[in-house]
Design a protein around this ligand. Sequence first.
Ligand SMILES: [Zn+2]
Length: 374
Amino acid sequence: MGDDGGAETVRCGGAPRRTAPLRTAPVLTTLVLALSLPAVVLLGGCGSAATSVGSGADASGGVAGTSAATEAPLAEPGAGPSPARTPKTPRPTPTGSTVPGATASGGTGKGVTSGATTVVFVDVGQGEATVIRSGSWTGLIDGGPAGSEPAVEAALAKLGVRRLSAVVVSHMHADHTGGLTHIVSEWRPRTAYVAGTPTSALAAALHGAGTAVVQVRRGVGLRFGAARAEVLSPAGLSGDANGDSVVLRLEAVGKSFLFTGDCTGPNEAAVGSICARGPPIDVLKVAHHGSRYSTSNTFLADTRPRVAVISVGPNPYGHPTPVTVGRLLAGGSRVYTTWKNGSLTFKVSQAGALSISFSRSPQPVKKATAARGG
Ligand SMILES: [Zn+2]
């Protein structure tokens, strides 16, 4: 039994082309989720004000004392327990195809999606791994550094995932791909979306898993279950791995997420220019772990993120830099980091309500110097 719906590759404004059949969704109980999520914050609609629920104190990250009541609005349809994943099943036949650079022809406007969507920024330390689940479709953006495989797999198992529909590799640096080789081998994504050449180890894993590798460029639209994503960068490859990161804008029931990899420089500016033409971004995954060389004031003015998430852990680089956190705070964003808050789970309900839950502290970063853990 698979839980992975077929991924669709579409040109923005064009007709979708299904590359794999939809499958029956596995189920996920609210109770299971509630037991593992100690605190939930509900965000308001388009206003900047947010209502906090259960955020009166830092939670320990354990299951004891967790109130399931706060999860009541978060139930997903068809919820129910999922049996353990069966690791060895027949490999899929590659079904994707190369998508050359495409000309953007419009974004994914509000109202084009429906269905609950969950986004989990997994606490993988210094690196990044983000799970997206929309209906029966499950994708993973990056796989964290080597050693983070258990955390990523636990996040997938918690959602009842049995197989990945797709992976997106933002770029080929070890803090994003170190854990991905194992994940690909075990969770056998049907499709991998990349910009550039996978590392030899990752390429071998993708080949072994029967995963179709699809090059994406700016303007390509992707269907992630009921949600839709648009590739905003890169338009081409410059040779700068960070700058060439795959940047995705995801729209789910009118809520927007911007996944930036480690994007920086001209490509970040270009992403900002695109976003400036649309509504504010609801959730920004801050580029490059809060490096001072990304997330410029201009970019923030263009994207206007309501919530900012920095995926970061102990590191020798000074990430997240106080100057970047300061920019985010000054711009009015609510700032969280995986280092301080643990794994963050965002849920967009079918009604379009956005809520956040945390595996550690629910307290947002209030000072630029307090974005780290401990
Ligand atoms: Zn990185």
